[in-house]
Design a protein around this ligand. Structure first.
Ligand code: ADP
Length: 238
């Protein structure tokens, strides 16, 4: 699904006014994988919340049809449900229990967790938990998947494995993905396009199309070289 942000600005009115976003104009094409990078506090999460429809912009508009689902660094799984039941929660719209279970198992296979369907959440590693969260998010068959630093708390090796898996999932499902990170390399590994935000109030100050072949890995020389160039640009705007 195509997603358009038209001149979106956001200010929070509290004890003092915080201008979080300023004049964001972006079009994201259906099936595109877009990464947004910028320093902490520049408004990345605010932007995702606005795209998700959880927050309203102060001015401007989001033009989108179809459902959008937001997933966080802490995947917010239900500890009282097992892995399969967590995914089935995303499938509540299916009336038949057997159908829900069958679909949940397909999704667990997609994230390489079909051997852990009956495991409890506390038995899983951080990477496995984020896989379950991904499966649950995809279960609702969203038009757009919004990911807010989903791998931010993982160790480097697990993160790298999940980069490969997320690229596979994207290739198989062709979801539109908007992925927020402050890690430039991660953005270059994953994105068709990388949007660079300025410090607060967040504006889009640069845009890079990433044409490297997939699947990409984080420590490959072309990824490193491009990440260095974009990283310098991020610093120049800081
Ligand atoms: P990022 O995700 O890039 O770290 P955020 O979108 O979380 O940035 O925050 C952008 C700015 O807006 C920050 O200065 C933050 O303090 C402020 N902010 C975010 N949410 C709220 C809120 N609910 N009320 C007031 N200020 C907020």
């Amino acid at each position: 699904m195509r997603l358009e942000l038209r001149d979106v600005s956001k200010a929070y009115e509290g004890s003092r006014r915080v201008a979080a976003l300023e004049n964001i104009d972006v079009t994201i094409e259906s099936g595109e994988f877009v990464c947004i990078i910028g320093p902490s506090g520049c408004g990345k999460s605010t932007l995702l919340s606005i795209i998700a429809g959880l927050e309203m912009p102060t001015s401007g508009a989001v033009v989108a049809s179809g459902n959008r689902i937001l997933m966080f660094q802490d995947g917010a799984l239900f500890p009282w449900l097992n892995v399969r039941e967590n995914v089935e929660f995303g499938l509540r719209f299916l009336p038949m229990r057997g159908e829900r279970t069958q679909r949940a198992m397909q999704l667990l296979k997609l994230v390489h967790l079909d051997g852990f369907a009956e495991a409890r959440i506390h038995e899983l590693s951080g990477g496995m938990r984020q896989r379950v969260s991904l499966a649950r998010a995809i279960a609702v068959d969203p038009a757009v998947l919004l990911l807010d630093e989903p791998f931010g708390a993982l160790d480097a090796m697990t993160r790298s494995i999940l980069h490969t898996e997320l690229q596979e999932i994207w290739a198989q499902t062709r979801k539109t993905i908007v992925f927020v990170t402050h890690n430039v390399r991660e953005a270059v590994v994953l994105g068709d396009r990388v949007l660079v935000m300025s410090p607060r109030p967040g504006r889009i100050v640069a845009e890079h199309r990433i044409d490297l072949p997939r699947p990409r890995v984080i420590d490959s020389p072309p990824v490193s070289a491009l990440a260095r160039t974009i990283g310098e640009e991020v610093m120049a705007h800081a």
